[in-house]
Structures are given as C-alpha cells and as structure tokens.
Write a protein that binds this ligand. Structure first.
Ligand SMILES: Cc1cc2nc3c(=O)[nH]c(=O)nc-3n(C[C@H](O)[C@H](O)[C@H](O)COP(=O)(O)OP(=O)(O)OC[C@H]3O[C@@H](n4cnc5c(N)ncnc54)[C@H](O)[C@@H]3O)c2cc1C
Length: 102
C-alpha cells in the first residue's frame, strides 16, 4: 500500500515483479518489430480492418492501396476495438472497456 497510495480499498495481495523493464519509445520499438517481420519475409500493408469481409471459406480486405487481399485465415488483433469488428461476424467478445466507446 506504501507503493500504491492511490489504492484505498483493502486488497487480498499483490505481486511485486522487480525484473520488469520499460520502453522509452514504443513507436520505434514497433517499427523495429515491423523491420524484423519484413526481414523474415513478412509484408506490412495498411487498411481499415472494418472492411474485412467473409467470402465463402476465405476472408477479403481492400487495402489503402486499393489492392484486394484474400486469405484463408484472418487474425483480429485490434485491442479494445476487436469486439466491434468481431460482432459483424457473430462473435461476441467480453472486454473491459476503459478506452473508446462505439
Ligand atoms: C494508457 C495506457 C497505458 C498502458 N501502459 C502499459 C504499460 O505500461 N505496460 C504494459 O505492458 N501495458 C500497458 N498498457 C496496455 C497495453 O497498451 C495493451 O495491453 C497492448 O497495447 C495491447 O496490444 P494489442 O496489440 O492487443 O492492442 P493495441 O496495442 O490496442 O493495438 C490495436 C491496434 O489496432 C488498430 N486498429 C483499431 N481499429 C482498427 C481498424 N479498423 N483498422 C486497422 N487498425 C485498427 C489500432 O490503431 C491499434 O494500433 C497500457 C494501456 C493504456 C490504455
């Protein structure tokens, strides 16, 4: 409680992780990860994920470049925005919402 004076209610316990590390510039970190992804043969493109469509057994998305990409699988990793997209396909995902509302 000395470390977290803002916590007013009684707590059952806490985990102190002394080896945690920080990142001064998350933007550069993300760019470096993208560089590694590229170097390993990956390809980064930009587009609005809300344009994702299911076509038969595959997925399709029009990129900002107007190119249409099709894939057998789509991975949704939009953080707190994920439920909004997933709902269109009938998936309901519980998430604690402390950022934007839709
Ligand atoms: C204020 C704050 C401080 C935090 N501090 C820490 C911390 O110190 N340490 C820690 O470990 N965690 C911290 N977190 C939590 C951490 O940010 C998240 O756990 C982490 O970012 C989740 O990563 P993610 O890739 O799942 O989602 P996100 O990082 O949320 O990424 C989702 C991405 O999807 C993109 N997106 C959304 N909609 C669309 C769309 N329609 N089309 C295309 N792209 C879209 C967004 O722009 C975003 O880039 C913090 C969170 C907040 C809000």
């Amino acid at each position: 409680m000395r470390e977290e004076p803002a916590i007013k209610n009684a707590v059952a316990g806490a985990i102190h992780w002394p080896q945690s590390c920080g990142c001064r510039d998350p933007r550069i970190l993300t760019r470096r990860y993208a560089g590694i992804f590229d170097a390993e043969g990956g390809h980064v493109e930009r587009g609005d994920a809300l344009g994702l469509r299911k076509k038969g057994f595959s997925w399709a998305l029009k990129l900002m470049s107007e190119q249409l990409v099709k894939a057998e699988h789509a991975i949704v990793c939009l953080g707190p925005w994920s439920p909004h997209l997933l709902r269109q396909f009938g998936y309901f995902m519980g998430i604690s919402r402390h950022i934007p509302t839709f």
